[in-house]
Design a protein around this ligand. Structure first.
Ligand code: ATP
Ligand code: MG
Length: 328
């Protein structure tokens, strides 16, 4: 059974983009591999965040994982910071990624665009180093992510190639896997921008009540014309809503175009809202039950034990490969 590795950083309230591009996908693939799914709390420190918010967001993500059906018996669910090998491995791996390539990362460029150079933390710059450590620590060939994280996985691949060329077959080569539908859910107010939890414009939050979710779908920006047609260039708003609808109902774009052939945007949006609420109502009820129980901490504790065991082995292998004098 191939290992699967992915995570979400607790930087803000989870969005529908995180749900479709990540969480729902984790639940889908969990049974055809051995998944390690974590809460990337160390990554959340790369931009200023209130400690209480960080703690709450971290518990929240664990509860959403469980509400989406991740089975803690087979899926190891854990906090990145509870497995110290992530940090230790990053210290070693930082020597095999270069400043030039790190400065070319889209996420780094986006997030620092409006920042003063003197205020950009080293952690934000080195983010892909820690992410590479997260990945290789679990010997996981399969990395399910949204499209925006593919570049970081590619960098991790470069690192593995570089490292193995030098030291032999030490690290497992990872590969990004993006969902066919929903790898990049766009903002409902500007469908040319990605829906992001740290840039809350046109987001649907998993914490929104059902009425708010419906209202947000109904007031989503649409395009000129009245035809429900998948055309990202000319109809980015409608195409985004079609992607959401498709991800929720498993209907193909052709089927959706046919379904709404003689109907307008209003009818279509109502159907998207219905599909969303249909899925979110039981999901949110499960979340409420989980977050108000002791199960989250139990799962994270058990996850820490299982993840640590796997991580320890890889770290040791890397330490030995690079020539650190390791004791029995
Ligand atoms: P931030 O703004 O803090 O970067 P984010 O919403 O981009 O937050 P991440 O924690 O960076 O979320 O990413 C978690 C996972 O969700 C990743 O696999 C990422 O690719 C995926 N993801 C994030 N936004 C979207 C989106 N709009 N559509 C599909 N997948 C997404
Ligand atoms: Mg992101």
């Amino acid at each position: 059974m191939a290992r699967i590795l992915s995570g979400i950083k607790p930087t803000g309230q989870l969005t529908l983009g995180n749900y479709i591009g990540a969480i729902k996908n984790f639940a889908r693939v969990q049974h055809d591999g051995e998944p390690f799914i974590f809460i990337a709390d160390l990554h959340a420190l790369t931009l200023p965040i209130d400690p209480k918010t960080l703690r709450n967001n971290s518990r929240d993500i664990a509860a959403y994982y469980l509400a989406a059906g991740l089975d803690p018996k087979t899926t190891t669910i854990f906090l990145q910071s509870s497995v110290h090998e992530h940090s230790e491995l990053a210290i070693i791996l930082q020597n095999y990624l270069y400043m030039g390539e790190l400065s070319r990362m889209t996420q780094y460029k986006d997030k620092t665009q409006k920042m003063d150079n003197n205020a950009i933390g080293l952690g934000l710059f080195a983010y892909p180093v820690l992410m590479a450590a997260d990945i290789v620590l679990y010997d996981a060939p399969r990395i399910p992510v949204g499209e925006d994280q593919v570049q970081h996985v590619e960098l991790a691949r470069d690192l593995v190639k570089r490292f193995n060329n030098r030291y032999g077959d030490v690290l497992v080569m990872p590969k990004a896997e993006v969902t066919k539908v929903g790898k990049r859910i766009m903002s409902l107010s500007d469908p040319t921008k990605k829906m992001s939890k740290s840039d809350p414009k046109g987001d649907i939050y998993l914490s929104d009540d059902l009425k708010t979710m419906r209202k947000k779908i109904m007031s989503a920006v649409t395009d000129l014309g009245h035809e429900v047609k998948y055309d990202v260039v000319n109809k980015p708003g409608i195409s985004n809503l079609m992607t959401i609808y498709s991800a929720l109902t498993n209907k193909t774009m052709e089927e959706i175009e046919q379904e709404f052939a003689n109907k307008g945007y209003g009818d279509f949006k109502r159907s998207v809202a219905d599909a969303l609420i249909n899925e979110m109502e039981p999901f949110k009820a499960r979340y409420e039950q989980i977050i108000n129980s002791g199960i989250v901490d139990e799962v994270l504790k058990e996850g820490q034990i299982r993840a640590s065991k796997a991580a320890k082995e890889t770290l040791k292998r890397v330490q030995q490969a690079v020539g650190l004098y390791t004791l029995k």
